[in-house]
Design a protein. Structure first.
Length: 284
């Protein structure tokens, strides 16, 4: 059996693939020039269109391109005096910086979002932001604090019946139990709960990431048939919504599973597929 250190080392490769950062490509000024003039005037509908564009770029793994779009929306919302929407954008910018492993910067934006949401008594939004802050502390290896924040987020999502938020927080708690506390059996329970909720609420985007994480837990527990089964589910879901970032992760986990089974040829094959897809979509 591979040592825990080896498992974590391989996981870092998989995570790097799943959080693939695109090449810089266009500068922020070039991207802003491509935003139609009609979308820079500051109306509510303009801001919402730009927001959706930012979300689309984020989900495509184009994180550097998402930031200037979100920043423009933030300017519009602040000009409008719309604090609730400003907090939503600050939360999303923080999420982008988490993907870029710029965790201190992520925390700054998230703390700003949290302050506003608490002032506005936006309880659901508070839970969403606490979930991201909990993940910040996971990346800082402050696992006890991370779990405490995530448990607070989970309690809020359950209190306000935010099933989508509940599923996403359960998934993060699973990650903390695995890579923070080395408890893969407990981690798999949380990830299984998370996926059931993703299915219930139709959160296919998040399911595409939770399933490979769950497959990895099954791999660590030597439950390979279950691991491959959930990765097949992930494939179907990712293809339905064209979630290419999650597909890169799925290929990476397939490579890792075959490596654990001493099937180096297939491990290389799936690793190359992950790399090919990442390059095709300007990820690195």
């Amino acid at each position: 059996m591979l040592s825990r250190l080896m498992v974590l080392s391989l996981m870092s490769v998989s995570i790097a693939a799943s959080l693939s950062v695109p090449v810089y490509g266009e500068s922020s000024s070039q991207l802003n020039q491509k935003i139609p003039f009609s979308l820079t005037q500051g109306s509510t509908s303009d801001a919402e269109k730009l927001f959706e564009r930012g979300v689309q770029r984020f989900r495509q793994g184009l994180y550097f391109q998402a930031i200037p779009v979100y920043q423009r929306v933030l300017e519009i919302r602040r000009q409008q005096g719309n604090q609730a929407e400003a907090a939503r954008i600050l939360n999303n910018i923080g999420e982008v910086y988490l993907k870029l492993d710029e965790n201190e910067k992520a925390n700054q934006f998230l703390q700003s979002a949290l302050t506003i949401r608490r002032q506005l008594k936006d309880v659901k939004g508070e839970g969403e932001t606490l979930n991201h802050i909990g993940y910040v502390y996971f990346t800082k290896k402050e696992y006890d604090k991370s779990l405490k924040l995530l448990q607070s987020a989970l309690a809020i999502s359950r209190r306000v019946n935010d099933r989508k938020g509940e599923g996403r927080t359960l998934a993060n708690i699973g990650i903390v139990y695995s890579f923070g506390f080395n408890n893969d059996a407990e981690a798999s329970k949380f990830l299984e709960q998370a996926f059931r909720i993703h299915e219930e609420v139709g959160d296919k985007y998040q399911a595409g990431f939770t399933l490979p994480n769950l497959a990895q837990m099954y791999g660590v527990l030597n439950q390979y048939p279950r691991a491959f089964e959930v990765l097949e589910k992930a494939k179907l879901i990712n293809n339905q919504i064209d979630n290419r970032v999650a597909e890169v992760k799925r290929f990476a986990i397939l490579s890792w599973l075959h490596f654990r089974q001493q099937d180096k040829q297939r491990a290389i094959q799936f690793g190359e597929q992950a790399l090919k897809l990442a390059r095709k979509n300007n990820m690195r």
